[in-house]
Ligand binder design. Structure first.
Ligand code: NAG
Ligand code: NAG
Ligand code: NAG
Ligand code: NAG
Ligand code: NAG
Ligand code: NAG
Ligand code: NAG
Ligand code: NAG
Ligand code: NAG
Ligand code: CA
Length: 559
């Protein structure tokens, strides 16, 4: 094991920080009204591209790799596992910032947060940092019909209240109408009254509109697929699912998959002794829910009563199984429409979520638990053989059926990779020209990418031979970062507005270690001062996979 060379690290960090005049301007709050599904369907045209592969991009919200195909056998995710069994599954994939809008803007533009300068929810990159092209925009400009269903871009200012329409999408993006009830009082409490709870298993028939947002998204995505079957031309369909993002509002049957007495607690529920306080997320968002409020949990460290910890974990896992069934319905329809032979499927999450690890219950940090994500690619003819006529590749699997447990794991890629690689990877897989590598200062460059394409890892035929033929695993690095307003946890530590950011935690993950430095950051000129270090973290992967023993600034030994 090699110790990181600090001088070199700082240089690498410094290189990743481009300095250029800011293009600040005030984004408008006026938004486009989302169209009703019928109009949306009518407006889908025929694409101009006829030959090649379609793309189905499935983006999940706040899903850590707690899935059967990632070795977490107690989680029932048979449909995602089935997708994995025909895919290449990246075991060590990382988001660039563990919160929705910054992560999504980053991977959808193929640039790191220091280039998008989107660290919060309040800026639209096109007017804030640069007029960067996006993955769907690039596919659209190359003749694809591009379609957005559910939460793909983070809604709101960060995508100009339009999910970046018209640049990214051929038709207006679809949002499920029942999404507006996500934070309403729809959860039945023990008092039989309705509350805005964190834990919210529901009877779907009793819900407003008799449905849930992810169900509506699946239905709309299926209708678009049927439409594309009749139309000519290639499609790029992005489907963004809301669960397992809080609140855990899911059909109550899924709770039965995880009897409470069988739900374990996090193996490391303590706040690590050597943890610098700037690194800690005080998980303010779950505290706003009525059921959590009623527990009167101490701010910022808790702890949450053990019985309630178990309930949170149970409902997260149940939400994952509910998500899995929606993914299963979508893939079943894709398969039924005979698109499995001609469609690339990419599946990923925008970041992870701590379920009690380090005493945390949130994203908002640089730990693996917040930055590590599921990432897999299915490429017909590459990660799996072409289908033969009549073959069912993605038939729906009922998670309540015990047969579901016997799933062959997918091909596992161990390389450390980053979501910022999604743009070049999808481009290469679809046969489009891979956008050029970004120059040092890329604020004026509309089309470029900051990550390498991962397509070279996906060829099934060469898979067995030498997965490491291009680079040694020790050369792989995944970067993430997280901003803070202060050295100690306070009310806005989780999601500081840009103007309040005072410290940036730059983090790098190699096969051997995670190393993080928290440095002074100026939110006006976007400059980090790497000689002004507030705190550091160093965790060794082999002996401390959960990252509980901070070896930063320790001269004596390693674990
Ligand atoms: C930004 O990019 C879009 C899409 O390429 C283009 O239509 C628009 O004119 C550009 N805006 C500016 C200000 O350059
Ligand atoms: C953002 O949306 C507004 C309102 O639709 C529009 O006027 C403005 O041009 C959009 N911004 C960009 C950069 O396209
Ligand atoms: C798309 O192409 C199909 C088959 O060529 C044709 O029947 C249909 O009218 C076209 N749809 C549109 C919206 O142009
Ligand atoms: C709970 O765990 C016990 C012990 O492992 C096992 O025997 C039992 O079947 C589990 N119950 C359920 C419902 O999975
Ligand atoms: C909540 O906890 C604080 C101390 O942590 C205590 O002073 C207060 O009385 C508690 N409130 C309720 C309603 O239990
Ligand atoms: C699947 O695609 C391959 C390559 O394009 C083709 O040879 C094969 O016939 C296709 N199979 C079906 C069932 O469409
Ligand atoms: C950015 O602003 C800080 C003051 O907040 C200043 O110390 C630093 O020199 C500035 N950096 C650049 C590159 O302008
Ligand atoms: C960076 O921080 C160091 C240490 O606090 C300080 O001496 C130096 O002036 C800072 N540099 C800038 C450009 O602000
Ligand atoms: C590192 O340790 C030295 C000696 O104990 C201490 O003076 C210094 O403040 C520490 N630095 C950081 C960033 O923790
Ligand atoms: Ca998210």
């Amino acid at each position: 094991m090699t110790l990181p060379n600090l001088g070199l690290l700082w240089l690498r960090f410094a290189v990743s920080l481009a300095v250029a005049p800011s293009l600040l301007s005030v984004p408008t709050t006026e938004g486009l009204k989302y169209m009703e599904p019928e109009h949306l369907l009518e407006s889908v045209r025929n694409g101009s591209l006829k030959d090649g592969l379609n793309v189905l991009l499935i983006i999940v919200d706040d899903l850590r790799p707690t899935l059967g195909c990632y070795g977490e056998d107690f989680v029932k995710s048979p449909n995602i596992d089935q997708l994995a069994s025909h895919s290449v599954v990246f075991q060590n994939a990382f988001a660039q910032q563990a919160v929705c809008a910054p992560s999504r803007v980053s991977f959808l533009t193929g640039r790191r947060p220091d280039t998008t300068r989107v660290y919060d929810f309040n800026s639209y990159w096109r007017v804030h940092s640069g007029n960067y092209s996006t993955i769907p925009q690039y596919f659209k400009e190359n003749g694809y019909i591009t379609l957005s269903v559910g939460k793909v871009f983070h809604p709101g200012i960060s995508s100009n209240h339009s999910d970046d329409f018209p640049y990214s999408w051929s038709v207006l993006p679809f949002h499920p109408s029942s999404e507006r009830y996500e934070n309403s009082k729809t959860c039945k409490g023990q008092d039989e009254e309705l509350h805005a709870n964190l834990i919210c298993p529901v009877d779907v028939d009793e819900m407003p509109e008799g449905t849930l947002p992810d169900k509506q998204s699946t239905e709309e995505a299926i209708r678009l697929l049927q439409k594309m079957k009749k139309n000519k031309g290639l499609f790029f369909l992005a489907v963004g699912y809301h669960k397992p993002h809080i609140p855990f509002r899911y059909p109550k049957d899924f709770q039965k998959l995880y009897p409470l007495e069988n739900v374990t607690l996090a193996p490391d529920p303590q706040i690590p002794g050597g943890l610098p306080l700037v690194a800690y997320t005080p998980w303010m968002d779950i505290r706003k829910r009525e059921d959590v409020q009623a527990l009167n949990i101490s701010v910022p460290y808790g702890p949450i009563p053990k019985e309630f910890q178990r309930k949170i974990r149970q409902s997260y896992f149940a939400s994952v199984s509910y998500l899995d069934s929606e993914v299963g319905r979508l893939l079943d329809a894709l398969d039924e429409l005979q698109f499995s032979n001609s469609t690339i499927i990419a599946f990923l999450s925008d970041h992870g979520w701590a379920l009690g690890e380090h005493g945390e219950w949130a994203k908002y940090s640089n730990y693996d638990i917040a930055t590590r994500v599921p990432l897999m690619f299915y490429v017909p003819g590459k990660t799996a053989p072409f289908t033969f006529p009549g073959e069912r590749r993605f038939a729906y699997i009922d998670p309540f059926d015990s047969v579901a447990e016997l799933m062959v794991p997918g091909k596992q890629a161990k390389e450390l990779v980053e979501l910022v690689s999604l743009f070049p990877t999808l481009s290469e897989l679809a046969g489009l020209t891979v956008p050029p590598c970004c120059p040092y200062d890329s604020f004026d460059v509309e089309l470029c990418r900051e990550g390498p394409s991962l397509a070279r890892f996906l060829n099934f035929a060469t898979w067995e031979k030498d997965p490491y033929s291009i680079r040694k695993p020790s050369e792989f690095v995944a970067y993430s970062q997280y901003p803070r307003p202060s050295d100690t946890p306070q009310w806005n530590s989780d999601e500081p507005d840009l103007k309040d950011i005072k410290i940036m935690g730059y983090s790098m993950r190699t096969v051997d270690y995670r190393f993080t430095v928290w440095v002074t950051f100026d939110p006006v000129n976007f400059t980090a001062n790497f000689t002004d270090i507030h705190a550091g973290e160093l965790y060794f992967v082999d002996c401390d996979p959960l990252q509980d023993h901070n070896f930063y600034n320790q001269t004596l030994g390693m674990c």
